[in-house]
Design a protein around this ligand. Structure first.
Ligand code: FPP
Length: 227
């Protein structure tokens, strides 16, 4: 038995389909998804998951219609503004991984301010924003290339990633039934356990969360070694 994952990563998929099924605009699905995120963060605190990383916006998501991109960015800004007090109260460190130069300066400033305010906390919410696993690896490779040849090890490469102090995710959950990683944490997923559920992200409730953790607890994690 593995116990509770220390680092849980989530691909929050299915917001669009959830909205469509209700005859609502896609953004209503993203709003409902942001509420699910708040609940999941609270459950992580209850069961002892230390780090929650969520895929909020990929490098590919910039290709979505302008309205949806703007709506998502607004939602992220609102999340930071509205959840700030709760994150401070619950002592949750907030951080963003991704190409932050792509983000609007006002959003970047809000992110940096909340990151600074919460930097000392142990529990973490990591939001992948304008994030792509390949982009992260390319960005890391640029830094890695500057190292002397004899220092270019696996471990040194990992130190060039966006958040080098984070342990690799123990469990990656994807909602809405798609069996793919979609460019999420490509370096870090090497030994992560995967869990896919048909539940759409806005419907991801406590029972679905518990099922994911129960499945993880039963996994035999050999990490490439022997049983
Ligand atoms: C994928 O669903 C989801 C996204 C692209 C956005 C995820 C964002 C949130 C849950 C809310 C904002 C996040 C924070 C941190 C406040 P999709 O639109 O691809 O769904 P579909 O596959 O059903 O179309």
């Amino acid at each position: 038995m593995n116990g509770v994952p220390r680092h849980l990563a989530v691909i929050m998929d299915g917001n669009g389909r959830w909205a469509l099924a209700r005859g609502k605009p896609r953004l209503a699905g993203h709003r409902a998804g942001a509420e699910t995120l708040e609940r999941v963060l609270a459950w992580c605190g209850e069961v002892g998951v230390e780090i929650l990383t969520v895929y909020a916006f990929s490098t590919e998501n910039w290709r979505r219609p302008k309205d949806e991109v703007e709506g998502l960015m607004r939602l992220l800004g609102l999340f930071i503004r509205n959840r700030r007090a709760k994150l401070l109260e619950d002592r949750v460190r907030f951080r963003v991984i991704g190409r932050r130069d792509d983000l609007a300066p006002a959003l970047r400033r809000r992110i940096a301010a909340l990151e600074a305010e919460t930097a000392a906390f142990t529990r973490q919410l990591v939001v992948a924003l304008s994030y792509g696993g390949r982009a992260e690896i390319v960005d890391a490779a640029r830094r890695f290339a500057a190292l002397p040849a004899e220092e270019r090890t696996d471990a040194a490469f990992a130190r060039c990633l966006y958040a080098p102090d984070l342990p690799d995710p123990d469990l990656i959950v994807r909602t809405s039934g798609e069996f793919r990683l979609s460019n999420f944490l490509l370096w870090q997923c090497a030994y992560s356990e995967l869990f896919v559920t048909d539940v759409l992200w806005p419907d991801f409730d406590r029972a679905a969360f518990d099922r994911a953790l129960a499945s993880y607890a039963r996994r035999d994690r050999r990490m490439g070694g022997h049983a």
